[in-house]
Write a protein that binds this ligand. Structure first.
Ligand code: 5GP
Ligand code: ZN
Length: 132
């Protein structure tokens, strides 16, 4: 899909801190995390919305999200899972993605300014989250 950044990431044409993949989907760290370990789960095939995803892929999508939730629990037992659909809802990348955002007791809110992922911490998160 043309200039879609998540298509480029799934095709390996743009870098990402990859956590997990199967034939259907890919999970990688958010480049401007709302919390430590904030990650995104995307279908490899470009669709904008969950309502565009063919029904036969719903199980694979939810299975991938659940697998990544299981891994995020290594960082924090509490987390948000969310999808922004449409610009008014905050969507900025128009390729379906599920956010999984760990929540920590010492930082209950989300930061106002998004700071770019720290490469050293990203490497350590990849180690923790990519283990089976
Ligand atoms: P949305 O607001 O569309 O639901 O979320 C898009 C997310 O993608 C944001 O949290 C943003 O930080 C993240 N993001 C934007 N560009 C990139 C990128 O090139 N690489 C990665 N890993 N994340 C990105
Ligand atoms: Zn795409």
């Amino acid at each position: 899909m043309g200039d879609c950044i998540f298509c480029k990431i799934t095709a390996g044409e743009s870098p990402s801190y990859k956590i997990w993949e199967d034939d259907f989907s890919l999970a990688f760290l958010d480049l401007f995390p709302l919390s430590r370990g904030h990650l995104l789960v995307v279908p490899k095939r470009h669709v904008d919305r969950l309502t565009d995803l063919p029904k036969e892929h719903h199980g694979a999508m939810l299975g991938a999200v659940a697998e990544l939730c299981r891994r995020v629990e290594r960082l924090a037992p509490d987390y948000n899972v969310g999808v922004n659909q449409g610009a008014i809802a905050g969507q900025i990348v128009f390729h379906l993605h599920f956010h999984i955002i760990p929540r920590y007791p010492d930082s209950p809110g989300f930061p106002k300014a998004r700071v770019r992922l720290d490469p050293a911490d990203a490497e350590s998160l990849v180690k923790i989250l990519s283990a089976q």
